[in-house]
Design a protein around this ligand. Structure first.
Ligand code: HAM
Length: 403
């Protein structure tokens, strides 16, 4: 038997219902915030992710599904959605057009990580990206949108917030941090030794417990923000307070992707185990320019759909549709014709084998429909159909014309 690849799952039946319920809910809410759908390819040039997510990130350094295609192009399956949307935004010259452009997307992402509960190699994200709004009110709108989606789905969360500063305050802070880390270099892990040279702030979210102990006294970015970043961060906190959205400050929240500046946030759940991040995002004001577009402020987030599917409380779905069957072989064709008409408006599941009423009722129950409709030779003669409402148990025989 050939199985699916490790960390790559099939989604079917009940899971699929949950999946589409999530997409429909998130799509509706993104629409209320003025976002429009965008679809970008699953495969992109590898350099797009190297230049955006960053060479020093784990995603680019260790986790990409990268290969040379038949035309000798270095390509990879997208590990995340933001880079592709930014590429499309620039390619369509929307950076030159100016104004505000808001997009949402959903689809498969690929990261060659070590699979475990909640961590897949092919997973799905729902994400939004907003271009052209400098105001921190847009950052707050992102957070409110995630909060609206989670509340609608009945999912509890903790929101963690940080600011990663801007091109003015980041370099002096980075220097201070590097100085601090170099002083405790003897005790830190190999990854952190590498990070000090490539992207020092990533040391702050090292998963190694002994590194974390050493970094307790590290300088905090929130104490080194420039006036404008500090004022934006204070405004963001005020907007969240005004709108009754609780948050925790996490000075170690640096996110695993290199493009962020200013606001960084993550929504975590305490109900799904160690892979607890259910959504993450932030501002990335320099990325458009970095990918050769005109400087454009931008902010966005993405939610991990598989992690959320574990948590979604689905509303009880009302039973609907028909099961149809024949009690005699010569009635099967009539059943098919009637069902063909009925399917213009309703769901109809047909059993092509004739069987007795008891067995049809059993099969109808299993199919989870609201009605069982059956035709035998008597009904054929009278041009009628027998129907049972499986919810209130009422039975009826009506003319086929009225069905
Ligand atoms: P991210 O934090 O890398 O951000 O991913 C967003 C979410 O995707 C995570 O919070 C998690 O729920 C889910 N996720 C990530 N990796 C996996 C995995 N291996 N298995 C299952 N779920 C996973 C981004 O991707 C950014 N592009 C978000 C963004 C958009 N920032 C600005 N705009």
């Amino acid at each position: 038997m050939i199985s699916s690849l490790r960390g790559m799952n099939d989604i079917l039946s009940e899971d699929y219902e949950r999946f589409t319920y999530f997409i429909n809910t998130a799509t509706k809410i993104a629409g209320r915030y003025g976002f429009h759908f965008i679809e970008t390819p699953l495969l992109e040039e590898t350099s797009l992710f190297k230049r955006s997510v960053g060479e020093s990130s784990d995603i680019v350094g260790k986790e990409m599904y990268q290969f040379i295609d038949k035309g000798d192009n270095d390509v990879c399956l997208r590990p995340e959605g933001t880079a592709g949307v930014v590429r499309a935004f620039i390619q369509k010259k929307l950076d030159r057009a100016g104004g505000i452009h808001r997009f949402f997307y959903h689809g498969a992402m690929f990261r060659y990580e070590r699979p475990q509960k909640g961590r897949l190699r092919q997973f799905h994200q729902f994400g939004v990206e907003s271009f052209g709004v400098e105001s921190v009110y847009e950052d707050a709108a992102m957070i409110m949108m995630v909060s609206d989606i989670l509340e609608t789905l009945g999912i509890g969360y903790r929101l963690q917030l940080n600011s990663l500063g801007c091109k003015e305050c980041m370099p002096p802070y980075r220097n201070k941090l590097v100085k601090f880390v170099k002083e405790c270099e003897e005790g830190i892990c190999e990854d952190c030794i590498r990070r000090v040279d490539t992207n020092p702030i990533r040391v702050l979210d090292c998963k190694n417990g002994s590194c974390q102990e050493l970094y307790v006294g590290a300088p905090k970015f929130l104490h080194h923000l420039c006036e404008s970043c500090e004022s934006d961060f204070n405004t963001l906190k005020k907007i969240l307070n005004d709108n009754k959205i609780e948050y925790e400050i996490n000075t170690n929240l640096v996110r695993g992707l290199d493009y962020y500046s200013k606001t960084a946030f993550e929504f975590v759940s305490d109900d799904i185990g160690s892979q607890s991040a259910i959504a993450g995002g932030g501002r990335y004001d320099r990325l458009v320019e970095f990918l050769d577009g005109r400087p454009t402020p931008a902010v966005g987030f993405a939610m991990g759909i598989e992690r959320l599917m574990e948590l979604i409380k689905m509303p009880q779905a009302a039973k609907k549709g028909y099961y149809m069957g024949a009690m005699d072989d010569e009635c099967v064709d009539t059943v098919v014709q009637i069902a063909h008409k009925k399917r213009k408006t309703d769901t109809v599941i047909i059993d092509y084998k004739s069987k007795n009423l008891k067995n049809h009722l059993k099969a109808a129950d299993k199919a989870g429909v609201k009605y069982c409709a059956v035709i035998g030779s008597n009904e054929m003669k009278d041009k009628t159909i027998w129907i049972k409402n499986l919810e209130d148990k009422t039975e009826n025989t009506i003319p086929i014309m009225e069905f």
